[in-house]
Design a protein around this ligand. Structure first.
Ligand SMILES: Cc1cc2nc3c(=O)[nH]c(=O)nc-3n(C[C@H](O)[C@H](O)[C@H](O)COP(=O)(O)OP(=O)(O)OC[C@H]3O[C@@H](n4cnc5c(N)ncnc54)[C@H](O)[C@@H]3O)c2cc1C
Length: 412
């Protein structure tokens, strides 16, 4: 998916070198006749192959592209990371299982970890020895993450954690997790949170996979009953965990940015052709219009992606365009999924047997997830309302009251 518009000479040569390396070391993606799955759900069985490919990336200098050299990375920029991802999209690179570690945990530890934590965790993230998950959301804290209730109390050199996390992608295949918990309920919600690394094999951690309507088990619920965590696993300051959480979320935004490639447009076009409904018949203009609509959305998202890259290149944080892009991707995916299902007809919804779902049916069933993961559509609209339209911020009295103040009604 080369997208070299606007590359500087250095970026262009990085792109060429990355492409040459990919050609030499990885297999090209077989062009799918159908749409691929929207969210991968790797299992433990996928781990050996993932580790083999991750080691190839390490050897080639393409693991941790934006990590500083002193931490084993390439010392490149976030843009280099995006360029590599663009080129790698044409190749079979089954390393999604490591993405929380390499794209969220690594950068968070580089910013906030102690030298001991960095030495202990970073090399094992880079070479795929450890698999990490992100234990942020809770049954009553998602969009309002700072309202989280899982709590930790100090006990000698340890912390003892109780609570529940949910929607944790890949928890059943992970051996480590990052986890903000409440350590001081007597101060406003953002100020009483601390951020820990938790060994998922600790006593008291129970992981239950959640099966979606597509049949995948992409995420899990995680119960924490008197889980003992050594104080050496506290990342950042005690009660300063919101700051650390924000670093992780910022890196997540880079990861879940514009993805015009979410829809395999050529496959949608073939589906329309095969359905016999892409004709000059004046009675069937709607299919053409809807196809073009999806295509235009894809192009707009591609251009928004370039704008985000250019902001990053100028050393700026991507602004509200990343919220526009996230909303646009979710909308495009919904339009494409609805059209595909209409084109396949009633038979397209039939699935009998234990084999994988047909690509478009799988895509249709997973499409709603995109409107929720990484910040819901409504939250993106709030961001746009406040930052682009200048609308007043929603009043949230719980921002200033102590978390355990009865008026916040937060502590159950
Ligand atoms: C595929 C997928 C993978 C995920 N992976 C992870 C993971 O690995 N780790 C993790 O911690 N979490 C993960 N999540 C959870 C995700 O971060 C949350 O689902 C998301 O933040 C929304 O939180 P919630 O589900 O609690 O919904 P809520 O926050 O309870 O929202 C419910 C509804 O209310 C709306 N709403 C809430 N607040 C406002 C507001 N202020 N203004 C307007 N509307 C509002 C929302 O838009 C939504 O429609 C994942 C989710 C999905 C779908």
């Amino acid at each position: 998916m080369s997208s070299d518009a606007g590359d500087s000479p250095e970026q262009s040569s990085f792109r060429q070198a990355a492409r040459a390396w990919l050609v030499e070391n990885l297999n090209p993606l077989v062009v799918e006749q159908s749409q691929g799955s929207l969210l991968s759900s790797p299992t433990i069985d996928d781990l050996p192959e993932a580790r083999r490919v991750q080691q190839l990336l390490v050897d080639g200098g393409y693991a941790g592209i934006s990590w500083p050299r002193e931490y084993g990375g390439r010392g490149g920029s976030v843009i280099d990371e995006l360029i590599f991802d663009q080129e790698a999209a044409d190749f079979h690179m089954p390393v999604d299982i490591f993405v929380i570690g390499t794209h969220l945990v690594g950068p968070t530890l580089i910013t906030h970890g102690t030298p001991e934590q960095q030495d202990r965790f970073l090399p094992r993230i880079l070479d795929g020895s450890d698999v990490w998950c992100q234990l942020f959301s809770e049954p009553e804290a998602g969009s309002d993450l700072a309202g989280l209730r899982a709590s930790a109390r100090e006990d000698g050199d340890d912390w003892i954690v109780n609570g529940q996390k949910v929607w944790t992608s890949g928890a059943s295949t992970s051996n480590w997790g990052i986890m903000p918990v409440r350590t001081d309920p007597t101060v406003p919600k953002h100020r009483g949170i601390s951020y820990f690394a938790v060994d998922m094999e600790s006593e008291g951690v129970t992981v239950r996979p959640l099966r979606q309507m597509s049949g995948h088990e992409h995420f899990c619920e995680v119960f924490l009953d008197d889980v003992r965590i050594p104080a050496t696993n506290l990342i950042g300051d005690l009660n300063g965990g919101w700051n650390v959480t924000r670093t992780t979320l910022q890196n997540e935004r880079h990861m879940t940015g514009a993805s015009h490639g979410a829809v395999n447009f050529d496959s949608l076009l073939s589906l329309a052709r095969d359905s016999g409904r892409l004709t000059d018949d004046v009675l069937e203009p709607v299919v053409r219009q809807r196809l073009v609509d999806v295509y235009i959305d894809g192009e707009i998202i591609r251009l928004l992606g370039l704008r985000t890259m250019s902001a990053l290149f100028q050393g700026k944080e991507p602004g509200p365009e990343s919220s526009v892009a996230k909303l646009a991707v979710a909308t495009m995916v919904r339009k494409a999924a609805d059209l595909a299902l209409e084109l396949t007809g009633p038979g397209g919804t039939v699935h009998s047997g234990d084999d994988d779902l047909d690509g478009w049916l799988d895509f249709f069933l997973m499409a709603p997830a995109l409107r929720i993961a990484g910040g819901t559509d409504e939250i993106q609209r709030n961001i746009l309302g406040e930052r682009v339209l200048g609308l007043p911020r929603a009043n949230d009295p719980t921002r200033t009251l102590a978390f355990n103040d009865p008026q916040t009604s937060q502590e159950g």
